[in-house]
Unconditional design. Structure first.
Length: 115
C-alpha cells in the first residue's frame, strides 16, 4: 500500500445553511467517511485547519498575512490515506462531503524516504 495525501480546498458556500443542525449533519457525513476509511484500514490521519495563518517566503523569510479564507484555494484540512495506487486513492474521495458546496480534493502520493 502507498500513502496519499488528500488536501481539501474550498467548500465554503456563502449561501449554505450554517445552522447548528446543518453543521451537525455535515460533521456526521465527515465522521461517517472517516469511519468507513478507518474500517477498511485506509485512514492514517487527518486534521482540519483553522482559517487564516501566515505565509513565510524568500531568503529574507518575509512574514505576511494569509492565506485569506475567502479564497477558493484555501486549504481547509488534510487526510493521509493508504491505497494500492492513484486510481484507488481517487476512488476513496467519492464520499467527500464538500463536493456539493464547491469543495475540491487534491490527491497527492507521498514520496517514500529512506532514513
Amino acid at each position: 500500500m502507498e500513502k496519499f495525501m488528500f488536501i481539501f480546498h474550498g467548500g465554503n458556500n456563502p449561501h449554505a445553511d450554517h445552522s447548528p443542525e446543518a453543521m451537525e449533519a455535515s460533521m456526521a457525513k465527515w465522521m461517517a467517511w472517516i469511519g468507513k476509511l478507518s474500517a477498511a484500514g485506509q485512514y492514517v490521519s487527518g486534521e482540519p485547519l483553522l482559517p487564516g495563518g501566515k505565509t513565510v517566503s524568500g531568503a529574507e523569510k518575509i512574514v505576511a498575512d494569509g492565506p485569506y479564507t475567502e479564497g477558493k484555494e484555501v486549504v481547509g484540512g488534510f487526510f493521509i490515506v493508504q491505497a494500492k495506487d492513484m486510481d484507488e486513492a481517487i476512488s476513496l474521495t467519492d464520499e467527500y462531503p464538500d463536493f456539493g458546496t464547491g469543495g475540491t480534493v487534491q490527491v497527492r502520493q507521498v514520496m517514500k524516504m529512506d532514513m
